[in-house]
Write a protein that binds this ligand. Sequence first.
Ligand code: 0O2
Length: 228
Amino acid sequence: MRNVGSMSTVPVDDAAIAEARQLRDEFQRFLREYEFGMREVETKISILRDEFTHSHAYNPIEHVKSRLKTPDSIVEKVARKGIDPDFDSIRREITDIAGVRVTCSFVTDVYRLFELFTQQHDLTVRVVKDYIAAPKPNGYRSLHAIVEVPVFLSTGPVQVPVEVQFRTIAMDFWASLEHKIHYKFAGQVPTHLVQSLTEAADAAGELDLRMERLHREAHAVNRKVIEA
Ligand code: 0O2
C-alpha cells in the first residue's frame, strides 16, 4: 500500500510526475467509494421519507444534507489523530469521510427514523452515539450512527462506512451557530460565550419538548374534529 505522504518534491522528473498522477488517481478512487456509499444512504433516507409520507400522510424529515470530507480535512485528521498515512489505515480509522445529516421536525421523529434506517438488513451498524439522551458538556445534541453500507463496484462489493446524524431543527440551528463560533475563535471560545451557548442548547431542548407537545395537542384536536 502506498504512503499518502511519501511524494518526493525535488527533482521533478517524469517518474515523480507519474507517481504524483498515480497517487491522485488512487485518492480519487478512494474518495469515490465514499461518495457511492453516501448516495446509497441518501437513497435509503429518501425512500423512507416518500414511503412514510404516503403511508402516514406525514413527512418526518425537514431536510437532508450530505458531504464528503475534503482531502485537506482528511489529511488534517490523519495528522491530528496520528494515523498512518496510507489508504488502509485511513479507511480503518476515519469513519466520517462520508456524512449524511437528517434534520427532523421532532425528537420522536429522530428516533423513529433512526430505528427504521438502522434496522435495514443490508446495513451494519458499527457505532451509535446518542447525544440527545446524553448531551455533550457544551450542550451539543444529535443522534449519530456509523453504518457500513454495501456498494457494488465492477471489481466487487465493498463495505463503506458513512456517518449519519439525526437531529431536530432546533438542534441543527444550535450546532450550526456553535460551529461558526468555534471556527471564528479557532477553538478558543471565550468562557462567557461557551456558557451562553450551553444555556441556548438547553433552551433549544426545551423548545423541542414544547413544540412536540403542541404538535400532539393539535393532532388530538384534529382527530376529535374528524371523528365528531
Ligand atoms: P464536520 O465538519 O461536521 O464533519 P471524531 O473526531 O469525529 O473521530 P468524535 O468527536 O468522538 O470523533 O465524533 P462525534 O462525537 O461523533 O462527532 C462527530 C461530528 O459530530 C462532528 O464532525 C460534527 O459534525 C458533530 N459534532 C460533534 N460534536 C459537536 C459539537 O460540539 N458542536 C458541533 N457544532 N458539532 C459537533 P466534525 O468532523 O467535527 O465536523
